[in-house]
Design a protein around this ligand. Structure first.
Ligand code: GMT
Length: 378
């Protein structure tokens, strides 16, 4: 029998795709018998159930008056080193090259142990920080000194080589979803409670409302669509662009057709009353929310950006449109929504694609195999 591993996981535990993936991965690995140690500044938000083999080690960052900034990186590296030694970890899997990979390398040196460091790149660490010349060397160092590096799409791998040019192999490991959670459920009651008539189409957008998500494009596209058919738009999430978005909704006079639901849990229920997702970002290394929606039978329209064309099969599980081309987006949305046979075909294809390419056990096995290979290499 293969030896079960002791795995440390570090991520930013707050709401966000990388935190979700890191936490879900920890849960899945624990279900497969591995011992998981989360090392982070707060309890990962998706870690709601009790597992006998998941442990949480909190990184405490103290504010001393002599320091201009709280020393998060040093506190994290110290905590990592402490846990590596005390728990005798085999693997430290960190999410984000900086600061987490760099902290892991420091922690390995501090511990004096031959622990293997696996780093996963999620996007923001490359597509935004990669342009900051003051950080390029640190990102390259984090990548090159890791024992193995993964990225969530081929597009992100290409961008990493273009921007950072590390001398390191980076392997693609896609995002995944827990299909026991993300599946279409009967949530008709919810549509009724929101006061959405049965014959109205529901469109959904989920994000952190940062400028890169281009939420105004979602609203503008919806304004065109709603001129042709009865529909509602569910906006889920919150963030810096919220005031711009709500002003635009007022200007376009579609306030009665847009539901601002803020941050939400149990998204599978909201996806289950939705007919189409719009994810029109200008940077998106994968697009986890598109996957979640697709698993619930919701086709997705995305932009020709980052990893989205690797997630959405153009013309099959949704459409890939040019960034900012509102006319094209609205036309493609109407094509999917106007005919129930067409919609059903897209919806079914979305579920099939998720099950064939992004199922949890498929992807978790890729990480697991990588851990064993890396340990074997010595
Ligand atoms: O989408 C965000 O802004 C959050 C960000 C994060 O770092 O948590 O998400 C990134 O990682 C996700 C998980 O791998 C990907 O699905 C998202 O596409 C990616 N976001 C961006 O590239 C903007």
């Amino acid at each position: 029998m293969t030896k079960k591993l002791k795995i440390g996981i570090t991520c930013y535990p707050t709401v966000g795709g990388s935190g979700v993936i890191a936490t879900e991965l920890g849960k899945m690995l624990a279900e497969k018998g591995h011992e998981i140690h989360f090392i982070s500044s707060s309890l990962p938000f998706r870690l709601k159930k009790m597992y006998h083999n998941i442990f949480y080690h909190q990184v405490e960052v103290n504010q001393y008056s002599v320091f201009q900034y709280p020393p998060y990186d040093i506190a994290l590296a110290s905590k990592m080193a402490e846990v590596i030694k005390r728990e005798n970890l085999d693997i430290l899997h960190v999410h984000y090259a900086i600061p987490h990979a760099v902290c892991a390398i420091l922690a390995k040196q501090m511990s004096g142990k031959d622990i293997k460091i696996i780093t996963t790149l999620h996007g923001t660490d490359i597509t935004i920080l990669g342009y900051d010349m003051t950080l390029t060397d640190a990102i390259r160092f984090g990548i090159e000194k890791s024992d193995a590096v993964t990225a969530v799409s081929n597009s992100l791998i290409k961008q990493t080589y273009d921007l950072i040019n590390p001398d390191k192999q980076i392997v693609p490991v896609y995002n995944f979803i827990d299909e026991r959670v993300y599946r279409r459920t009967d949530a008709a009651y919810l549509k009724e409670e929101f006061g959405i008539p049965e014959d109205e189409k529901v469109m959904i957008h989920v994000s952190n409302f940062r400028p890169v998500k281009r939420v105004p494009d979602v609203v503008k596209s919806f304004a065109k669509i709603v001129k042709q058919m009865k529909a509602k738009l569910l906006l889920i999430g919150d963030g810096p662009e919220m005031s711009v978005v709500s002003r635009l909704v007022d200007q376009l006079k579609i306030k009665d057709k847009v539901l601002f639901l803020g941050k939400q849990d149990n998204l599978e229920e909201l996806y289950s009353i939705s007919d189409l997702m719009l994810l029109l970002s200008e940077k998106e290394s994968f697009g986890l929310v598109a996957l979640e929606a697709m698993a619930c039978g919701v086709p997705c329209i995305g932009t020709n950006i980052g990893g989205l064309p690797e997630v959405i099969i153009d013309g099959e599980t949704g459409y890939i449109c040019e960034l900012g081309n509102i006319e094209e987006i609205a036309q493609k949305a109407l094509h999917i929504l106007a005919d129930s046979t067409v919609h059903k075909r897209f919806s079914q294809a979305s579920i099939t694609a998720v099950f064939e390419r992004f199922k949890a056990d498929l992807i978790v096995k890729q990480y697991e195999d990588l851990y064993y290979e890396t340990i074997q290499k010595g």
